[in-house]
Write a new protein. Structure first.
Length: 144
């Protein structure tokens, strides 16, 4: 697996050991929020007892990059854009603008893009082979 730093690796291992729900949703959430020091240090404010704190997206400490980390983590955990439509049936220009911030062209335009790809592999292990966590990804061999 690819980690952004030694601190990211330690954080992931510690949180996975503490996590009661050992599924791809939680592993991806923990991995993704651990990428960035700003989100890693606030992990317990993001996630508590199965609930995401969506209000953290609007706090002053968030940077352009930490917002990308946050949105990808939320997306991988919920399979949606939970901050786009916080109340069912409420569609506004602001909601639609927020929805666009979950696009790959917005999220992946940062230094953490390689780690975002790893987060997607963690969330969808069934599409990447069983050995991807050990670094031995299933590949396609072509004759040249």
């Amino acid at each position: 697996m690819l980690f952004s730093s030694e601190d990211h690796y330690k954080f992931y291992k510690e949180q996975i050991a503490l996590c009661k729900n050992d599924d791809a949703y939680h592993r991806a959430l923990i991995y993704t929020l651990g990428i960035c020091p700003d989100t890693r240090s606030r992990f317990y404010r993001f996630y508590s007892h199965g609930d995401l704190n969506l209000d953290l997206l609007h706090e002053g400490w968030q940077t352009g990059t930490s917002l990308k980390v946050t949105r990808l983590a939320f997306n991988l955990y919920t399979d949606g854009e939970p901050t786009s439509f916080p109340k069912k049936g409420t569609i506004t220009e602001e909601n639609l603008g927020e929805c666009g911030l979950y696009s790959p062209s917005d999220l992946f335009d940062c230094e953490y893009a390689p780690f975002f790809v790893q987060a997607i592999k963690i969330r969808y292990p069934e599409h990447f082979g069983k050995d991807f966590l050990t670094g031995r990804e299933k590949g396609i061999k072509k004759d040249m």
